[in-house]
Write a protein that binds this ligand. Sequence first.
Ligand SMILES: *Cc1c(COP(=O)(O)O)cnc(C)c1O
Length: 393
Amino acid sequence: MTKKWNTRTQLVHEGSRRSQYGEMAEAIFLTQGFAYPDAESAEARFIKAGDDEFIYARYGNPTTRTFEERIAALEGTEDAFATASGMAAVSGALTSLLRAGDHVVSARALFGSCLYILEDVLTRYGVKVTFVDGADLDQWRAAVTPGTKAVFFESMSNPTLELVDIRGVTEIAHAVGALVIVDNVFATPIFSRAVEQGADVVVYSATKHIDGQGRALGGVVCGTRDYIRKVLEPYMKHTGGSISPFTAWIMLNGMATLDLRCRAMADSALKIAQALEGHPKVTKVIFPGLPSHPQHALAMAQMGSGGTLVTFEVAGGKEAAFRFMNALEIAKISNNLGDAKSIATHPTTTTHQRLPQEQKDALGITPGLIRFSVGLEDAEDLIADLHQALEHA
Ligand SMILES: *Cc1c(COP(=O)(O)O)cnc(C)c1O
């Protein structure tokens, strides 16, 4: 699609529609349905709804539509469908497409709920799933077959910030005609160039950077008009995973500042990673924006940024990590990310608690590991807070 406006203009204006009152702010159409002027119009709309004609909020709504158009324009896809959560987006993107007997190849390092969809749900309905080490293109090459319907991966993994080469995997997948579905949450919609790099479908948890203020759950699937309206929409609108108009409005408000926020967070993340690297109480710093990251060059080519999260290992294991977290004065202990408030997470006892030890070991999720989601606070204050808390570790 040719781009009408640059990013910051899109984020403020794209998709806006105004009622007869000409309101400045995006209106919340808090309505489940729409009255038709006459019975003939109702019949006509059920045969084929026009562009700005709506039937029922589970199918679509003016506020929701504005959010979908804005994020599609930003991502560079023809269309998008907004969902009740990031997981409704991931599960919808996969389940709407796949049938019994289909084959999917997926990266193994996944957000816990994504792993549940692939490992437990899809297989229950006869979909065959092969897991690979996402960073190893040879494993993708060996796993895809002419029968592979889709590949799925998180472009940057949680919590160890390992990248999957979108262009590389896309070439392998497209050679066998498989659809490339990318969960791009950690990359953020601002640093994403996934579509340009070949991805067919890009999925976001809008709960993270898009809201950016920790208020609401939401998600979105971006893709071609054919995929969104013919494959995904029928499934979503009949199974009930649509976003609420109120949430879509929250996400629209988040989008106006999305570019500014992601760039400010990424700038601070780099400063924090630099400040932690070499600290005597920190045994490892993982940040794709640092030259020490093994995929630094790929991160720069793929995202042009190291992102907004820094993962590091505190010397002394779980006890030291807990002492460190409990001593933080600015950052909160929680498990969201992309929030204006900085958040420290201890993956091994929370988000990844249920993984068997050998999988934690394989993924590098050690007892001293901290995932730090960099917020919008002053970077110098955050660094001072991290340094004083490390004294307690
Ligand atoms: C948070 C997250 C999800 C799920 O999103 P929800 O909005 O919590 O449902 C999926 N994938 C990744 C990578 C996430 O970080």
